[in-house]
Design a protein around this ligand. Structure first.
Ligand code: IMP
Length: 187
């Protein structure tokens, strides 16, 4: 069978590739190993936060050996490149969270406002535990005190796209994480 063909060139709207595909995939495998150890013998529910987590979620769940189910929530707080600060729940879990070991799977923690909202919301449903696994963390941008137990990469305060992350719904399909050129950011 021929090798899968992937675009090798960098998208013209990208200033610089921050994390290439092989580095991301290797790190996700490490996260999967860590999570598998921590949840060995337990049943885990991965809560993917749409839409930014989908690529990460797909790779992460295949790296987890512990028994797991998946569910999704969708929230919005972003307008272009900036957080509005008001988090809205657009889609809720299909299953009850009561008594479950939940692991929120996020693309990036930026101000932390989204995660703060999600943690409050999910803790109020009496789960057995709630933890967070984020592909990216921008620790310099915090407005709410939240911490992800599992983090793929800490990155500087730059607006990044790719590997599921978007700017106005574009660039989610890029196989790497790259900094979007300033002239492509409207605000
Ligand atoms: P927070 O509430 O500011 O922590 O932002 C969380 C959400 O904002 C993430 O789940 C992303 O959807 C979005 N976001 C934050 N920073 C970026 C970025 O650099 N690129 C794309 N989306 C981002």
């Amino acid at each position: 069978m021929p090798a899968r063909s992937v675009p090798s060139s960098v998208h013209p709207d990208i200033e610089r590739v921050l994390l290439d595909e092989s580095a991301i995939k290797a790190r996700i495998k490490e996260l999967g190993r860590q999570i598998s150890q921590d949840y060995a013998g337990r049943k885990l529910t991965l809560v993917g936060i749409l839409k930014g987590s989908i690529v990460f979620m797909g790779d992460l769940m295949r790296s987890i050996a512990a028994e797991c189910t998946i569910d999704f929530m969708a929230v919005s707080s972003y307008d272009g490149v900036s957080s509005t600060g008001v988090v809205r729940l657009n889609l809720d879990l299909r299953e009850s969270a009561e008594g479950k070991d939940l692991l929120i799977v996020e693309d990036v923690v930026d101000t932390g406002l989204t995660l703060h909202y999600l943690l409050d919301n999910l803790r109020s449903r009496n789960p057995r535990s709630v933890e967070v696994c984020a592909l990216l963390d921008k620790p310099d941008c915090r407005k709410a005190q939240v911490r992800a137990k599992y983090v793929g990469f800490s990155i500087p305060n730059e607006f990044v796209v790719g590997f599921g992350l978007d700017y106005n719904e574009l660039y989610r399909n890029l196989p790497y994480v790259g900094i979007l050129k300033k002239e492509k950011q409207a605000s």
